[in-house]
Design a protein around this ligand. Sequence first.
Ligand code: IMP
Length: 432
Amino acid sequence: MPLDIIIGAQWGDEGKGRITDLLAERAQVVARYSGGDNAGHTVTVGRRIFKLHLLPSGIVHPGAVGVLGNGMVINPARLLDEMDRLSQLGVEVSPRRIKISAGAHLITPAHVALDRADEVSRSKTGDKIGTTGRGIGPAYTDKSARRGLRAELLLDPERLGDRVVEHVRQTNVTLEKIYGQPPLDPVAVAAEYAAHARQLASYITDTSLYLHQRLSEGALVLAEGAQGTLLDLDHGTYPYVTSSSPTSGGVFSGLGLGPKFANRIIGVTKAFQTRVGEGPFPTEAFGAEAERLRGTGENPWDEFGTTTGRPRRCGWLDLVLLRYAIRVNGLTELALTKLDVLSGLNTVRLCTAYTAEEKTYTELPLGPADLAPFRAVCEELPGWSEEVSGARQLADLPPAARNYIRRIEALSGLPVTLISVGPERNQIIRPD
Ligand code: IMP
């Protein structure tokens, strides 16, 4: 009854969707446990490109059931849109295949308006977070304040209507009085949610019970992380974080499972480092070097946000932060993605430590919340000119690329058990 967990070991966008897609081949259930449509997972199958924001990316496998756990915040309009697009691409979309937790929270247009208004206001004082503008923070705020809208309301149209009207009225006060923004029409939003309820009610269930039953029958369940360790509300680079718990602790509360089920805890990391939004980034590269890592935007896998289209900030793999991610998640292994992007560089770099005020640090003294004082200490390793996208075994890689991977293993203390060398399903190396 194993639960395998896939965690973003960096600032999100590590290629978790691609690794989930690979492991979902053998899984019976794939479950999202945190976040909402701030996530963006791209899965390439032949000529079909699936862009998923709310549904677990494993859903593209016909044998897998997709679960949206109680730790998530769900915008019903965006979910229905995603379900429609998947169905047009030939994926079966039905309550048999998709299960939504009654305890997940709903995002409304009022949350979205509040998120955007707050960012505009923060940008005036210079403390903008750079959110995805999807209403994530306000929805989790309402959840914590015990006035959120749980998905179970979709089963009770009358209560849903009343609660939505009350929620929009309350939010309007903040929108108008604090942010000077126009109010929303509570009755129109309630009507919209009544229509969503008609379409989604049959998908709502007790997903914790469902997952327990499946695990007890011996099914392989994959917990699919969204965002990444450094965006975790508790363990990330606060305040430049999201409002949920993408780390492994979030799996258990976000799915209603106990830790006894956990088996592999796989940390997904790019072979380099990226970040979107604001906040310090010690190994950030600039100019031509950053452009080289980012790509032009022509390819779907270039470093531009799947959700917002924003160019991602790019830099070198940071082992201080990776070791931190290994510790707070209890990772058992690493999956390294986008190794192919490094081909053609004369030298590649790995950050092994930081310096601040003439002291060297291999561990952050107070965690990653304030990275601003630290400068990266990097090792330079020889690069490789060969294309590696055709490699299927370690032995197919040039010696310098193998050396780079060995160095990551030595500095992190974990084995690299998957290496992705391109976006296609078969562009993967499984050492051993
Ligand atoms: P929010 O989750 O929209 O509130 O955004 C908070 C921070 O998390 C911002 O810096 C976003 O750019 C970042 N963020 C949220 N989701 C993702 C993701 O899936 N990948 C990368 N960054 C993300």
